[in-house]
Design a protein around this ligand. Structure first.
Ligand SMILES: [Zn+2]
Length: 237
């Protein structure tokens, strides 16, 4: 095989891997952001449940205070009742007491409603907290995995960059830039085999002359259709 083609094939192999790694590396921030937003959603779930519970508890407390105030008023009326001599006034006050007691029962019913709400919301807080706890371990593992993968990819890229530089240095400037141009325009496929009389890059039939030229070891031959560099090993005609 043409020694230049051989070098280009090695370079292409490294370049393909670099492309793959850089693509994966570029997705790391997105993966990290997805983990962070999952974490934030779990925290938000807990906070919202807690807020709702605090609100219900505050409402319950208000009804408790309201009931106590009404209760005190009833006590005051009852004391006044003992001092009243006038019948009409006595009945009027008794009526007030009955009305206040009815109100107290209504307030207490509301309080029970809030207590039930608080209990339900407490369970919701616990569920949100346990979902957060369970996911936290998993998220931590995923974050560590992401960091490990990122470090490994960076290390591999570093090694490949060096290797690539020394491979590229062995090539003539013109050959290298021609290869790089095709590589970037043809989806990382710059050097392709002749297979069954066709260019394996664009799959179009090659002329006998092109195939014959691709077998030579002293020149670079390009597909007349797609411009990819061709190589031919005996047996793949
Ligand atoms: Zn082609």
């Amino acid at each position: 095989m043409n020694p230049v083609i051989e070098k280009l094939l090695v370079l292409q192999d490294r370049d393909k891997r670099l492309l793959e790694l850089k693509g994966a590396l570029a997705r790391v921030p997105m993966e990290r952001a997805a983990l962070a937003s999952r974490e934030a959603a779990l925290t938000k779930g807990v906070e919202e449940a807690k807020d709702a519970m605090r609100h219900a508890e505050a409402e319950r407390k208000k009804t408790e205070i309201e009931a106590a105030a009404k209760q005190a008023q009833v006590q005051k009326y009852k004391t006044q009742l003992l001092e009243i001599k006038n019948n009409d006034q006595f009945h009027a006050l008794q009526h007030e007491i009955a009305a206040a007691e009815t109100e107290i029962r209504q307030i207490e019913d509301r309080e029970i409603g809030f207590m039930e709400q608080v209990e339900m919301l407490q369970r919701k807080v616990q569920a949100a907290e346990s979902a957060q706890r369970e996911a936290a371990g998993q998220i931590l593992l995923q974050k560590k995995d992401l960091e490990t993968r990122e470090a490994a990819m960076n290390a591999e890229i570093g090694g490949l960059d060096k290797e690539r530089a020394s491979l590229a240095a062995e090539l003539e400037e013109e050959t290298r830039s021609r290869y790089e141009r095709i590589f970037s325009h043809r989806n990382g496929q710059a050097v392709v085999a002749v297979a069954h009389g066709m260019c394996s890059g664009c799959h179009l039939k090659l002329t006998t002359q092109t195939i014959h030229d691709a077998m030579r070891d002293d020149a670079l031959v390009a597909c007349t259709n797609c411009g990819r560099l061709l190589f031919h090993t005996r047996g793949n005609l």
